[in-house]
Design a protein around this ligand. Structure first.
Ligand code: SF4
Ligand code: SF4
Length: 298
């Protein structure tokens, strides 16, 4: 069984217990303005152009069957016309043109992950499937999880929760930990900001809770979008009342490191400030009304 993965991050320490290898699946049903991985949104592989690496050799121009490729070209300019054959990336000698997203078989992917087994064993870590939204490739995810457990690895799934309940139910037996995002509790605000209803997200986390799954709630702290007291108190109340509390909530302050990725795709990133130390402390206090511990950064 094959799936499309756009990155493997080794030695990850914020994606579950211990040292982990995080596998980033391509494709996401949400449209969060603060997304740190805009390259994850489309499910299909895409071209990225890192103009700083270009030596203006012209190999991409010669390779492109559509005569579209040019040195130092902005990736976003290609979107409308590029047919994603990636001949230019194959010809580029410096890695200025790269293909984001690669097809893996589940077995090959797990072989790659398993190279880090000594770190998992030493630290109590394992493998985390993230994205994008890993449940967008539900069958591939299930197979990777099944193989991980067969190899004795601890498994975590980092999900936005916007997925068919049946898909979620099927992975519970193979998933040791769910890292579950709660962004905005007000339905209208959720839909206005990220483009979809939060109803299935809230229903699914309750379903996981009832099924006895281990859940760690994650809350992105995004100034002007998720950081108001009303929203954070509502998250805390939901965790306390619907989920029976949580051993810990991960608070994930927004950072601006992805802005160049947006520009390379022809988008101006949303204008979002990085939260101040005081704003983070205030958010911790509000979330701790859930009765649990809040971990900044996960
Ligand atoms: S991906 Fe193909 S069509 Fe697109 S610019 Fe590169 S060579 Fe040309
Ligand atoms: S092939 Fe790569 S290095 Fe050469 S001009 Fe094209 S983008 Fe630049």
């Amino acid at each position: 069984m094959d799936g499309i993965v756009f990155d493997l991050k080794r030695y990850a320490v914020h994606d579950g217990p211990g040292i982990r290898t995080t596998v980033f699946f391509k494709g996401c049903p949400l449209d969060c303005p603060w997304c740190h991985n805009p390259e994850s949104r489309a499910q299909a592989p895409e071209l990225d152009v890192l103009a700083g690496r270009c030596i203006r050799c012209g190999e991409c121009m010669l390779a492109c069957p559509e005569h579209l490729a040019e040195p130092e070209q902005d990736g976003g300019l290609l979107e409308a016309t590029c047919r994603h054959c990636f001949a230019c990336a194959a010809a580029c000698p410096t890695g200025a043109r790269v293909v984001v997203g690669r097809t893996w078989s589940a077995a090959a992917l797990m072989d790659e992950v398993e190279k880090d087994r000594p770190f998992f064993e030493e630290s109590g870590g394992g493998v985390t499937f993230s994205g994008g939204e890993p449940l967008m490739q539900a069958e591939f995810l299930r197979e990777c999880l099944r193989m991980s457990k067969a190899r004795g690895l601890h498994t975590a799934v980092d999900t936005c929760g916007y997925a068919p309940s049946e898909a979620l139910l099927k992975i519970i037996p193979h998933t040791d930990l769910f890292l579950y995002d709660l962004k905005l509790m007000d339905p209208a605000r959720h839909e206005a900001v990220v483009g979809v209803s939060n109803a299935p997200i809230l229903e699914n986390v309750c379903l996981l809770h009832r099924a006895g799954a281990q859940i760690r709630i994650r809350v992105p702290l995004v100034p002007g979008m998720t950081d108001d007291a009303e929203n954070l108190k509502a998250v805390a109340a939901f965790v306390r009342e619907a989920l029976g509390g949580a051993p810990a909530i991960d608070l994930l302050p927004y950072h601006a490191m992805a802005q160049a990725k947006y520009r390379r795709r022809g988008f101006e990133p949303a204008s979002i400030a990085v939260p101040s130390t005081e704003a983070v402390a205030r958010a911790v206090e509000l979330l701790e009304s859930a009765g649990g511990r809040v971990v900044v950064g996960g």
